[in-house]
Design a protein around this ligand. Structure first.
Ligand code: FMN
Length: 340
């Protein structure tokens, strides 16, 4: 999870190292880092950390080191924000498949990437993978979800190109997968994707079925579905039942599948597994309970609400995430103490 707390030069901060160290020691099997930009044009948030240059190697090695120190495996999530990058962060007009702005207020209109920029970006994913390997990571996860550049090439909203990158909207993703697998040289590689988009035109189930087919037939090590709630169904009524179950059937056991979204308790995790996940990922629960796996083994109880005060210190949160958690709608607040 992005913590919005890296140093302005893209290196990981001391507060982020403390955050990672505590969770790795809390019993998680694999710690997937926050999205890390592979190219200077891919920085999407203030306080995002980078893997875009060899000068980031000590920072990457420090992150992998604290995760290993806590006893977990370390996976670097590699990312390019595409049209989601504000020009003030990414050094100019953001890049995307086509010059179409996202459907949100204030969205900037990106530049349609040239052949050269596409090749440079594919290469940047490969270089980031090489850096992850030399920094000691056990895996990289290609961030193909949550509206960022890889998803923008898959989507008919953001990709209206008439060249090969548009007539085959999976081409960019497949080239990135090939380049990353090549650079990984045996290190594990996963791919995260979002199954549907709300807007029209947008990604619909047939697009995702084709993407899954491509990914499941590649030598990738795992797939990671991105959903806000693992129980959610199709946004467009395209299938019955949960999206997780539908995706699991499409994957058909060819790759381990990670399920995620609103898993707060051990019972939720069991339900997520029964719905089709081979592995269960925790986002917000790991913010609220850094020692969640240890608590799960002990049978709970779990904190499921945000403490009214003191979360940043007691839960080892970097300031960027603490500010947003209190400003946003990710959590319900703990009840006020009742008078006796
Ligand atoms: C603060 C915050 C930061 C996130 N950062 C990332 C990220 O860097 N990469 C990513 O793939 N998903 C990111 N997500 C999405 C989560 O990985 C996850 O899919 C989502 O929060 C649902 O799972 P949960 O209910 O366990 O939190 C983020 C979510 C939140 C709330």
């Amino acid at each position: 999870m992005t913590t919005y707390s890296s140093n302005p030069d893209g290196t990981v901060s001391e507060a982020e190292l403390a955050y990672l160290r505590r969770r790795a020691a809390g019993g998680f099997g694999l710690v997937v880092t926050a999205a890390s930009y592979v190219h200077p044009t891919g920085k999407a948030f203030d306080g995002q950390w980078g893997c875009h240059d060899d000068s980031m190697l000590p920072s990457l090695a420090a992150a992998a080191g604290v995760v290993h120190g806590g006893g977990a495996l370390a996976c670097l999530q590699i990312h390019h924000g595409g049209r989601a990058c504000p020009s003030r962060l990414c050094g100019g007009g953001p890049w995307s498949a086509s010059a179409i702005a996202a459907e949100r207020e204030g969205a900037e209109t990106p530049e349609a990437m040239t052949e050269g920029q596409i090749a440079e970006t594919v290469q940047a994913f490969a270089e980031a993978t090489r850096r992850a390997r030399s920094a000691g990571f056990d895996a990289v996860e290609i961030h193909g979800a949550n509206t960022y550049l890889l998803q923008q090439f898959v989507s008919p909203h953001s990709n209206r190109r008439e060249d090969a990158w548009g007539t085959d909207r999976l081409l960019f993703a497949s080239q990135v997968v090939d380049a990353v697998l090549d650079a990984a040289d045996g290190m594990a590689v996963g791919y995260r994707f979002s199954p549907e988009e709300p807007h029209s035109p947008g990604i619909r189930w047939p697009d995702t079925a084709a993407l899954i087919e491509m990914l499941a037939e590649s030598p990738l090590d795992y797939l990671h579905l991105s959903t806000w709630d693992f129980r959610q169904g199709s946004l467009h009524g395209s299938f019955d039942g949960s999206t997780l179950g539908h995706v699991a059937r499409a994957v058909g056991g060819r790759k381990p599948l990670v399920g995620v979204g609103k898993v707060l308790s051990h019972e939720d995790a069991e339900e997520c597994r029964a719905a089709g996940a081979d592995l269960v990922a925790l986002g917000r629960a790991a913010l609220l309970e850094p020692e969640w796996p240890a608590l799960a083994r002990a049978g709970g109880p779990y904190r499921t609400r945000l403490p009214r005060t003191g979360a940043a210190e007691s839960l080892t949160w970097p300031s960027g995430i603490a500010e947003r958690a209190y400003a946003g709608s990710w959590f319900e607040l703990e009840q006020e103490p009742q008078p006796d």
